[in-house]
Design a protein around this ligand. Structure first.
Ligand code: SF4
Ligand code: SF4
Length: 182
């Protein structure tokens, strides 16, 4: 892989990440503040000692989303778990994630997100999560255990699905397999 190709792909992903942030402004109508203790944010269940309420033990980033979040927020690179994936033929990158072994650096003591404007798409989507099929199909599921499922705005869910469908052609088979595995 040449440095130029990697830099080109990173620039493309940074543009995509900026535009999906613009596409997903507005209210999802989740009632996180009154109904929940951040149980979809890695480490929250450990902090509350209520593992039964963990509904999402990992937040997985898109290609170059870790680098984008670091650039936008200045968060220390050491907070991310990294897993290699081939995102284009011959192009290996590290995919970032937050999981229960590495607490999310943005989670506050009162279960708020101090990196809200730049949180990963995975966090923006929850309780909706994509499921990548072996033949390139994309389906979705809703996270059981989220107490806000009843108010989760259908129009917002539709926007999320559109965002994921538009990203699908840019997500390699290796990335999709990694996402499903984590
Ligand atoms: S999305 Fe659901 S599980 Fe996550 S903090 Fe909000 S109410 Fe809780
Ligand atoms: S980035 Fe924010 S929403 Fe995502 S896991 Fe961390 S605290 Fe939760």
């Amino acid at each position: 892989m040449t440095v130029t190709l990697r830099a080109q792909l990173q620039a493309e992903w940074f543009r995509r990440l900026e535009s999906l942030g613009r596409a997903l402004t507005g209210e999802a109508m989740l009632d996180c503040a009154s109904l929940c203790t951040g149980r979809c944010c890695p480490h929250a269940a450990m902090a509350t000692r209520e593992p039964a309420y963990t509904v999402s033990p990992v937040a997985i980033m898109l290609p170059f989303e870790m680098e984008y979040i670091i650039a936008q927020t200045g968060v220390a690179p050491g907070h991310f778990r990294r897993t290699p994936a081939e995102i284009a033929p011959g192009v290996m990158v590290e995919i970032g994630s937050f999981d229960i072994e590495k607490p999310c650096p943005f989670l506050t003591d009162d279960f708020r997100c101090r990196g809200y404007d730049f949180r990963p798409l995975d966090c923006r989507s929850f309780p909706l999560t994509p499921v990548f099929g072996a033949n390139g199909e994309l389906t979705f599921r809703l996270g059981a255990g989220c107490p806000s499922l009843g108010t989760f705005l259908p129009a917002y869910q539709a926007r999320l699905k559109t965002v994921w469908r538009e990203l699908l052609p840019h997500l390699s088979a290796d990335y999709r397999a990694l996402y499903n595995r984590l």
